[in-house]
Design a protein around this ligand. Structure first.
Ligand code: SAM
Length: 285
């Protein structure tokens, strides 16, 4: 079954009376070279590739799911749109190592999925993410310290640049700090807008995050670290001492003195601090 063929997709849609829901970020991949590459990237560096399992977020008609099923021991996919159920029953019928959970990924306990459905095996996340929740999904996987080895995701090009931006640069956002804290991100390749059906207004890119176990901060300090970053970026045009003053109930003068002591510019805005600056600030506080 060639799920990147427009005729095949149209036929599936007609027989199952399916139509796209734009608000769910439903732009399905029709470029045949992309899904095999995403699936292969998840296996990079695996000690025993035949033992690795995958979690997919958002199946669409199952174009990536099938490529994952061919390569991984078991695949669990989470898809919010139950209208895709009869289509997936047809497109995934050849595979007995795939389970689709029809649920919102933001409300799915992925740690329990790994423990119970994948027997705690080495697991990776591979997905063409729905664009409207790119950062929340990535933050959820990273901050919950899911035992996954890597996350390979297709996102809008602009979001990919933000995920990979060095902290302390103009392009970064709060998510860039979480990505750098928990992983080593790399922009792997770009994917033009014409590779999707329907075609979105922007290009995309695939980012691979190699997840490491950082233990340099206690769980409590880690929470504080991300409180500082979120608070700073909630008012990114202002000097950082402004939002932090409200968040920490400390005077601006007290915070300026602290910044000076740590060698951080007292007038700096959220994006001007590196991850290391925030870590030192969290420690000192
Ligand atoms: N993997 C398919 C592909 O590459 O063609 C589909 C990718 S499409 C960009 C995103 C998919 O995520 C859609 O099937 C959409 O229904 C699903 N989705 C959207 N929001 C979701 C959510 N909160 N939880 C789980 N799936 C979601």
């Amino acid at each position: 079954m060639e799920l990147t063929n427009i005729g095949t997709i149209r036929d599936l849609f007609a027989r199952h009376e399916f139509s796209f829901t734009k608000s769910l970020g439903q732009n399905f991949l029709i470029n045949p070279s992309v899904c095999p590459k995403i699936a292969e990237l998840g296996l990079e560096g695996a000690d025993e590739p035949s033992e690795v399992c995958a979690i997919e977020i958002g199946t669409g008609v199952g174009v990536l799911t099938r490529e994952l099923a061919k390569r991984y021991k078991k695949v669990v996919a989470v898809e919010i749109d139950e209208k895709l159920k009869p289509i997936l029953e047809e497109t995934l019928a050849d595979f007995n190592n795939v389970e689709v959970i029809f649920a919102d990924v933001m409300e799915t306990d992925l740690a329990a999925v790994i423990a119970e459905k994948l027997d705690g095996a080495e697991t990776v996340v591979c997905a063409n993410l729905p664009y409207y929740i790119t950062s929340p999904v990535i933050m959820r996987v990273l901050e919950s310290r899911l035992p996954v080895r890597s996350m390979t995701v297709m996102v809008q090009k602009e979001a990919a640049d933000r995920l990979c931006a060095p902290t302390g640069s103009r392009e970064c956002g709060a998510v860039s700090y979480a990505v750098r804290y928990y992983s080593v991100p790399k922009l792997m390749f770009k994917v033009g807008r014409g590779s999707f059906m329907p075609s979105p207004n922007v290009d995309s890119a695939v980012v691979r995050m190699e997840i490491g176990q950082r233990n340099e901060l206690s769980a409590e300090d880690e929470k504080l670290l991300f409180r500082l970053i979120r608070s700073g970026f909630s008012q990114r045009r202002k000097q950082l001492t402004n939002p932090l003053s409200g968040e920490l109930h400390k005077s601006k003068e007290e915070l300026s003195a602290l910044f000076a002591e740590l060698g951080i510019k007292t007038t700096a805005r959220a994006e001007e601090l590196t991850l290391d600056d925030y870590i030192r600030l969290a420690r000192r506080l």
